[in-house]
Design a protein. Sequence first.
Length: 338
Amino acid sequence: MIDPLQIVWFAFIICLCIALLVLLEVHRINDRRENEDMFGTQAFDDRVAELGFSPKEKRTLDKIIRTSSFENKDAILNSSGLFEQAVAAFYYIRDVFDVRDETLAAVEALRHKMNFTASNPLSEVYSTRQFNVGDRIDLIPENGTLIKRSDIVWRTEKEWAISYDGSDGPATSLVGRSIRIRWTRPDDAIYSTTIPVRRVDETNNLVLTHSSSLDKRQLRRWVREQVAFPVTAVFENGNTVGGTLLDLSAGGIMIGLPQECYPGQHLRIQFELPSFGDEDVEIEILRNLGQRNKDFPNYYCLTASFRGKFGWTQERVLQYLFELSKSKKQTKKWTKQA
């Protein structure tokens, strides 16, 4: 009769052998990745030469590739998304705050030489490290009341800083708290993520860690929604009249005013965009559709397009419209389930 203790011991020996084999295979794979040549076509070497990488940049790229899970070196050069994934893994394993400054500088140089920053409309945005100084950012503080305009003040491979107007309390009160940031790339998408505030710099800018977990919401060009926002129209002679914003898109509007306007006429309009605050933007009248809105029978319906410096208003309108669309979809979903 077989002793049960012998069976248990025999099973333990088998499991131990399997574990040792797995560890040996992992060690072999890691050793191969660290010391042997990785697969790459002649096109990889040609591209590296074309981009003019320095010896330090070549060595850094090699380290990034070996840290990544990619077996093919060509993939890193062909995709900004794959490059940033590999960089994120490299920084995670080595701890970005312990990486030498010359290595950090080499990574940033690689990104710029390959044109993988967010300013390249053809690059895939995967990380906040691709954002550029001067880019506008929407800041949504935890438990904040309004979405606030902000700008990227400075950025390094370790961290980045955005401006803060102090309207939700002292900047130091946000340290350790999470904020949500949103960045819009026109004709592409809205990117957002939640990030903790690490510290405050000497000029009261909020210093953040980088994130490689960006929520991307694709933009459709000139999404349009019907609205009914009070609006003030300011004419070139200084006269003002009150009216209603009847529909809204990132490319233009329909506005209802108690007086007629002519195509080509320029004026300014002032209105509050819910959750985003006050807007003041120049418009050009395109068409006068007459008194056609049954809800506002005394208003002339005027289509218009934005003019002048309207880029920030356009971004905020886009974000408002997509938040509105998202809310409507969720409401519709819950209504169906009920």
